[in-house]
Design a protein around this ligand. Structure first.
Ligand code: H79
Length: 497
């Protein structure tokens, strides 16, 4: 132990480690007293419970970057289109004047909201301000806003109203990075002059956030981005206070882990390993593979349809484009691991959602209209991921979403071992969710209908109904389980699978 302490001390003196790393190395269970770490543990209030039920959301990236759409003077950027200002294909001064042309005459907030509703989205996250600093609402703290474009009208308000009318909750995306503000800095300010400039940026940021929650009280939460700057991380105490102020303004407000760091600069998880704020925001264009990775935290996954394009890019031939069924599979995978899945759309400079995106949204919506019960309000089920797909559960219903259809038309379902040694799980009832038609168990009623392996798990083969064998769509079988006394089950075989 003494040796270990000496080692930790040396590393600290050598400046090679933070206190946290040193403590972790020492494998101590001591928790650090943090003033600006996680507060209050996992939320149990109604607003957060509601968030957990969404299942599917829509993200919209829209701003002046939609005008170039990844192309300028005949050159195409492979950069994410919303980062076009830094692509090197346009002068920054030229980009900063694009807003003078922003006039999305085709924009129809109600049409977007209807499409989102048809797709089955329960919430929508909208880019009020991306890294370029352009505000889609008429902020009174800068001239770089929608009010000073030919369009003039408040786009955030139009969307908040239209989506709220469709019963879709609104979340406001807000970038901490703001290339348009004179006080903005990515690196920690060192000189007094830079520090004073950063103070003006902090005041500006706080004003804008208060303005957003004041103007759009319907907003259920804030989705922060670009909070990884050293300058922002250094302001942990101030940002924490700001978060408290915003929460006090809007009871139930939901904020993810990408808003603030703790006083040691740790982001997402604080220095004790606890999640900062309400849900884990680290799943951007990636999904976890197991519940263990999630440590019991709430989380969302935000996903692009192309590889990495959020804003409108004219040329979608540059990347793999996910199909509706790719996205549905990702969504159900997320739901099966207790997360929300959010699909991004990047409308063009005129206010149109591109036809490819509309087709995808419609196909997802068609699937959701029939199979939404497998998504909304569901959570991790008793069943693990299996060869045919993912399963979710709500109350006693277990939804088996089949993405890989077996050649023999038998869906082999592995039921876990029962909690009590005396009992075993059996399938009580199975139906095709789309038609409610019963699904037969292979060999039902005969000896050997089902069998158990040495772990006590039971295996059933569900016969895929004739009616959907030629379908190319994923389908859902809903089952209920029953626990029965093992002794009464004389028709199972012991088998090693
Ligand atoms: O708003 C979307 C992205 O613009 C934003 N977050 C999502 C929701 C995001 N900002 N930064 N990042 C994601 C990660 C940084 C990526 C970068 Fe790059 C690598 C910036 C410059 C090089 C990606 C690739 C953007 C331009 C090229």
């Amino acid at each position: 132990m003494k040796k270990q302490l000496l080692y930790i001390l040396c590393l600290l003196v050598a400046g090679q480690m933070t206190v946290q790393q040193a403590l972790a190395q020492g494998e101590t269970t001591t928790r650090i007293v943090l003033e600006h770490g996680a507060h209050g543990g996992k939320r149990t209030d109604a607003a957060m419970q509601h968030w957990r039920e969404y299942g599917l959301g829509q993200f919209i990236h829209w701003g002046v970057y939609a005008i170039p759409g990844g192309q300028w003077n005949g050159k195409t950027s492979t950069y994410a289109a919303e980062w076009f200002r830094t692509s090197g294909l346009i002068e920054k001064s030229e980009y900063d004047n694009l807003y003078k042309q922003f006039n999305p005459t085709d924009f129809d907030a109600k049409k977007w909201a209807k499409q989102a509703k048809q797709m089955g989205a329960k919430y929508m996250i909208f880019t009020t301000k991306h890294h370029d600093g352009f505000c889609m609402w008429p902020s009174k703290y800068t001239g770089y806003t929608i009010a000073n474009t030919p369009y003039k009208k408040d786009i955030v308000k139009e969307l908040v109203d239209a989506y709220t009318a469709e019963g879709i909750d609104i979340y406001l995306y807000f970038s901490i990075i703001d290339w348009s503000h004179k006080g903005y800095q990515a690196n920690a300010p060192k000189t007094e002059a830079d520090k004073a400039r950063y103070e003006t940026f902090k005041t500006f940021t706080r004003n804008q956030l208060i303005e957003l929650l004041t103007n759009y009280p319907q907003a259920k939460g804030l989705w922060f981005d670009g909070s990884w700057d050293k300058a922002w991380i250094e302001q942990a105490a101030w940002v924490d206070d700001l978060g408290k102020e915003l929460r006090a303004m809007s009871p139930g407000l939901i904020i993810g882990s990408r808003f603030r760091a703790d006083e040691f600069g740790k982001r997402h998880e604080d220095s004790n390993g606890d999640l900062i704020d309400d849900y884990d925001q680290r799943f951007e264009r990636n999904l976890p593979n197991s519940l263990a990775e999630l440590k019991g935290n709430d989380w969302d996954c935000v996903m692009t349809i192309p590889e990495n394009q959020w804003g409108y890019h004219r040329d979608w031939s540059l990347s793999y484009i996910k199909t509706p069924y790719d996205l549905i599979e990702m969504m159900v995978k997320a739901n099966a691991l207790d997360g929300n899945f959010v699909i991004n759309f990047g409308p063009d400079g005129k206010g149109n959602i591109r036809p490819e995106e509309t087709t995808i949204a419609n196909r997802i919506g068609d699937w959701m209209a029939v199979n939404g019960a497998a998504v909304y309000g569901t959570h991790h089920s008793l069943l693990d991921k299996q060869d045919w797909g993912y399963s979710t559960q709500k109350d006693n219903n277990i939804y088996l979403s089949v993405f890989n259809k077996p050649m023999n038309n038998l869906v082999r379902v592995k039921l876990p071992k029962s909690k009590t040694k005396e009992n075993v799980y059996v399938i009580d009832n199975a139906q095709l969710l789309s038609t409610k038609a019963p699904v037969q168990i292979n060999g039902e009623g005969k000896t050997g209908t089902y069998y158990r392996d040495k772990t006590g798990a039971s295996y059933y083969d569900l016969i895929i109904p004739e009616s959907i064998r030629t379908s190319t769509q994923p389908f859902v079988i809903v089952i209920q389980l029953k626990e029965v006394d093992k002794k009464n089950q004389d028709d199972y075989m012991q088998a090693i699978i």
